[in-house]
Design a protein around this ligand. Structure first.
Ligand code: LLP
Length: 423
């Protein structure tokens, strides 16, 4: 089902025209479709039926309280990487025991906060962290349920900046050193080993690296059990890709069937940590054309969204489809760069893109922006964060209003020894 489509020549999110939202909220803004979020969740949930498995939404992809709550109501747990995300998950109603705490560098104070809140599982990424967590749990007089995140050294065949399961990546415990780490965990009195975890990368469009990694970790599980450890859970991580351009990511059904096949007989409960696949295609960024600037070499369409709003194009050379909000089916295309107003040449949303001609005041929609869009935004150039809007059927609500510039300024202080500003 498509949740963003033209109706009478106007792009709609479900039953709401994007132009209507733009008129009320201003541009740029992020728009999420509740229907699309539910549909993505349902695809996972439907195919998990009968499996001993749970889904902990990787909220780093989109940590909007409204989005996290929607998934929570559907039965999701949450994969977090910071205490800030933990607070969001709890505020959105995710029970603490359904929270998994991942991350390569957790501070003692953060581990303490997570244990105090009662998170269900901590995925430990080093021997140092095992020792630290053991000490912190001891201080609190609790036992921490942990897995060790293993780095299985497979090539996820994705962008270098989002591959995580190779030997050269900072993540997890090298699979060759995993038995030693488990031996240490087994000796530490305040840790309770419950399983094993992996996450090999993001925007994966092939099942092969997953399969290779699962096979390696499966062998490790057998060894660990022979070593006397109780390995009841296998956390597969996230990483399933979505469509940005012409990708053909695996169907969720095929992915889950493969995981079920490869883990059959292992007797482990499975955990999945999807982020992008649940939210990516459910969100768009809407922007208005400020001006069109024909150059000697290129035509620049300068819009009011910029790299601070969506950094993926410049950070990962990522392609995001861009469509005019008012349909232009017959128009001949021109080749242009779609760029923001920020003072950097890296400030682009698309380069050398063939688009129907655009003019000042036209609205555009940047697709597949629901994951790693708003969450990676900054206020660079003192540009307030773009608001977030949720559409559900024919209703819409602003879930994060655009901050005023006064709000941005009032969060800061002059040093006390500076002269007060004279008005
Ligand atoms: N679990 C762990 C431990 C992770 O590190 C991640 C993502 C996920 C789950 C969720 O992965 P997903 O299902 O969303 O692929 N900013 C980048 C993506 C960074 C992903 C980081 N880790 C981008 O915009 O492409």
């Amino acid at each position: 089902m498509t949740f963003f489509s033209y109706k009478n020549g106007e792009m709609h999110a479900e039953g709401v025209a994007l132009a209507t939202i733009a008129a009320q909220v201003g541009t740029p803004f992020y728009c999420y479709s509740a229907g699309a979020l539910r549909a993505a969740w349902k695809e996972f949930a439907d195919h998990l039926k009968g499996m001993n498995a749970e889904v902990c939404y990787a909220m780093k992809a989109n940590s909007s309280l409204a989005v996290v709550r929607l998934f929570g109501e559907l039965g999701a747990g949450s994969d977090i990487v910071s205490i800030g995300e933990m607070r969001r998950a709890l505020a959105a109603g995710i029970p603490a025991r359904r929270i998994i705490y991942s991350g390569v560098g957790k501070k003692p104070s953060e581990l303490m906060a997570a244990l105090e809140a009662g998170v269900g599982q901590i995925n430990v990424e080093s021997s140092y962290e095992l020792e630290t967590l053991n000490a912190v749990a001891g201080q609190l007089g609790v036992k921490a349920d942990i897995t060790i995140r293993v780095n299985p050294d497979v090539d996820a065949k994705t962008h270098a900046k989002i591959t995580t399961g190779r030997k050269g990546n900072k993540f997890g415990v090298d699979i060759d050193l995993a038995r030693e780490a488990y031996a240490l965990a087994g000796k530490l009195p305040n840790l309770n080993v419950v399983g094993v975890a992996m996450h090999i990368g993001s925007q994966l469009t092939s099942l092969d690296p997953y399969r290779d990694a699962i096979v390696r970790v499966r062998e490790l599980v057998t060894q660990l059990r022979a070593d006397g450890h109780k390995i009841d859970r296998f956390d597969i991580g996230g990483g399933l890709g979505i469509v940005y351009a012409q990708e053909k990511p695996p169907a969720i059904a095929d992915f889950l069937a493969m995981v079920a096949r490869e883990t059959a007989g292992l007797g482990c409960a499975l955990t999945f940590e999807p982020g992008r696949r649940l939210v990516g295609e459910a969100g768009v960024l809407v922007s208005e054309v400020i001006l069109v600037k024909p150059g000697a070499a290129k035509t620049f369409v300068i819009v009011d969204a910029a790299m601070n709003d969506l950094i993926r194009p410049t950070l990962y050379e990522a392609w995001h489809d861009i469509l005019p909000v008012r349909e232009r089916p017959q128009a001949a295309t021109i080749r242009c760069d779609i760029v923001g107003p920020i003072c950097e040449s890296g400030d682009y949303l698309a380069q050398d893109r063939d688009m129907a001609p655009l003019a000042a005041g036209d609205l555009i929609m940047i697709r597949s922006a629901g994951a790693y869009g708003a969450v990676m935004a900054s206020t660079y150039n003192t540009r307030p964060l773009a608001p977030e809007v949720m559409v559900d059927g024919t209703r819409f609500a602003v879930t994060r209003p655009r901050p005023s510039i006064d709000e941005l300024l009032s969060a800061e202080r002059f040093v006390p020894w500076q002269e007060p500003v004279k008005s």
